[in-house]
Design a protein around this ligand. Structure first.
Ligand code: SF4
Length: 348
């Protein structure tokens, strides 16, 4: 059962409560390349990104918000380190959420100044604790970035915001250790009702990053923890969105769009199933139907093993059988498999 958290509104997206788990990504375009950032935002939004974050390292970088607001509907988050003046300006300029750690911006009058502007604009703050940049006093106490250390850091920042009666908060406690992040998010979830932004930080390249994120984020989601997710990859952010969708689908948290199942192939396979599956997966990106599509290697076991699929193909010798709900519809020549399958999908 999903833990019911407090609902937090980020412009037109609400996270927490029973709201769908929102997918986030972050721009990797240099912060002075406004056209590049906007182009990437449009691409990610079209792919299914719900919340878009950009680094705002200086006041100049804030100006991109006007262009972004003209071109995309999804909320835009300003990622700010240390400088409370940038946070205030970003909130004034129209950013929809601020990611900043209040304990790192100096004395409490600065925290209050950020809280005041966020309150007046109804903008949430995400406290983004990261195992690689814990506060000195936390590291001195715990020696290592353990789960308890991450949790204590989050508590330290939460206390500062709550002191000023601010609770429009989202929290993340990311670690590059999957085990540590699972433990620290679980501790947070047991102690607070604020919505949680899940992620494994410095997760790695395409392959290892997806594996770590799938275990860390997916494992937490299966325990009912998490309200928004970001898969961090040393790769094109488009792959972060696709991986996030797949994690949500695999944990039964994503009900929209097709689900592909395909067999691992074996000695019975006589068609090029790997290439066919990859092509089908790509073409399914353009399909907006809640269907399960199966791509199976043989007619002996394929239709039966893919019984739960709405539609699928099972490979024969230079041909394939097209089936719907386990029932065979017709034979297709090998070269037409993909086109014929998609003709049927279009009709559904
Ligand atoms: Fe092998 Fe057929 Fe099963 Fe695929 S569906 S793994 S080809 S037996």
């Amino acid at each position: 059962m999903r833990k019911l958290t407090k609902q937090v509104k980020i412009s037109n997206v609400v996270i927490g409560g029973n709201n769908p788990i929102a997918i986030q990504s972050m721009s990797n375009i240099p912060s002075d390349n406004f056209d590049g950032i906007v182009k990437q935002a449009i691409e990610l939004e079209n792919l299914g990104c719900d919340i878009f974050r950009i680094a705002v390292p200086n006041l100049e970088a804030i100006r991109v918000i006007d262009l972004l607001k003209k071109n995309v509907k999804m909320p835009i988050v300003a990622d700010i380190h240390f400088d409370y003046k940038i946070a205030i300006e970003a909130a004034n300029a129209g950013f929809d959420k601020i990611r900043i750690n209040p304990g790192n911006i100096g004395d409490e009058s600065r925290v209050k100044a950020v809280v005041d502007i966020c309150k007046s604009k109804n903008i949430p703050i995400r406290i983004g604790v990261n195992g690689g940049s814990l506060e000195k006093h936390i590291l001195e106490k715990y020696k290592m970035p353990t789960a308890k250390a991450l949790f204590s850091s989050a508590k330290y920042h939460i206390d500062l915001l709550e002191k000023f009666d601010f609770n429009n908060i989202v929290i993340s406690v990311k670690s590059s250790s999957v085990k540590t992040m699972i433990e620290s998010y679980t501790m947070l979830s047991n102690s607070y009702d604020y919505p949680l932004h899940l992620g494994v930080t410095e997760a790695g390249t395409f392959r290892t990053g997806i594996i770590k994120s799938a275990i860390g984020i997916g494992g937490l989601l299966l325990s009912g923890i998490g309200d928004t997710i970001r898969v961090s990859l040393t790769d094109n952010p488009t792959n972060e969105i696709l991986a996030a969708k797949d994690i949500l689908k695999a944990t039964d948290n994503y009900k929209s769009g097709p689900n592909l199942i395909s067999c691992p192939t074996c000695g019975r396979t006589k068609i090029d199933l790997i290439s066919i599956s990859n092509q089908v997966e790509k073409r399914l990106l353009a399909i907006d139907k809640n269907i399960t599509v199966a791509v199976m290697g043989c007619v002996v076991n394929g239709p039966g093993e893919a019984r739960e699929a709405d539609i699928g193909i099972a490979g024969g010798d230079k041909e394939a059988l097209l089936f719907k709900k386990g029932k065979i519809i017709r034979k297709i020549n090998e070269e037409n498999i993909i086109d014929e399958l998609f003709k049927e999908i279009e009709k559904m």
